[in-house]
Design a protein. Structure first.
Length: 233
């Protein structure tokens, strides 16, 4: 209802989105008719043609009496819609990408008259290894133009980077014995001596601890000190 009210007021920028949303939520032949009228009023002839075609198809499915009206209006606007033919070359590479106004055109649509809007259109062609090309074409009402699909010149091959230089390892000859070896031997010897002293003191402490209370010979103090030292370890 809001779309129809806006259409009666010729507020097409409000009416067209309302009809489009209504058709998305609840498709009807009447909504497609109103949407086609709205798009035609703002000069988007190719879009209006598409909505008239949808109205014909839906009316045929629903056995709607408006099919004949939609067909008549479709025939009228179809003569006004410009056509663009993107003419491809047989030697075109398989990786070639063709775009019309930033929209990719499938290969099945090449060499066929494509309904487009009145005005300026940009056709770009790209493929790996070739320079991209861009062509601008302007079409008026009912006009048909061909644009040859051509790739730019081949790009120069990118040279491979040189291999990295080989790294060589020069062995270093050791003359004489390593200065670290005596240090290791000395450190090992000190460790062995330490272990021996600890073991002796531990045995003496154990022996002193096993003596009965009150019995002390001349070595008593030495053993007691060894015992105390062992307990603190």
């Amino acid at each position: 209802h809001q779309g129809r009210a806006a259409l009666e007021e010729k507020n097409y920028e409000v009416a067209c989105p309302k009809f489009a949303e209504s058709q998305r939520l609840d498709p009807h032949v009447g909504t497609l008719v109103s949407l086609a009228q709205c798009e035609e009023a703002v000069g988007r002839l190719a879009r209006a043609r598409g909505y008239w075609q949808q109205a014909i198809d839906l009316a045929r499915t629903l056995v709607d009496s408006r099919q004949s009206v939609a067909q008549e209006r479709f025939d009228q606007i179809d003569r006004r819609v410009p056509r663009l033919i993107l003419r491809s070359a047989p030697s075109a590479p398989a990786e070639m990408v063709v775009r019309k106004d930033d929209v990719e055109v499938g290969r099945m649509n090449l060499d066929a008259p494509l309904p487009v809007e009145v005005g300026k259109h940009t056709v770009s062609v790209s493929s790996p290894g070739f320079e991209a090309t861009t062509t601008v074409v302007v079409l008026g009402e009912g006009e048909t133009k061909e644009v040859p699909i051509a790739l730019g010149p081949a790009l120069p091959a990118t040279p491979l980077p040189p291999p990295p230089p080989e790294m060589t390892v020069t062995p270093v000859a050791l003359h004489g014995k390593s200065p670290l070896r005596p240090v290791a031997i000395v450190a090992g010897g000190v460790g062995v001596i330490g272990i021996g002293i600890g073991s002796v003191l531990g045995l003496e402490a154990i022996a002193a601890k096993g003596q009965p209370a009150g019995v002390c010979d001349p070595t008593c103090n030495v053993q007691a000190n060894a015992r105390n030292g062992a307990l603190r370890e």
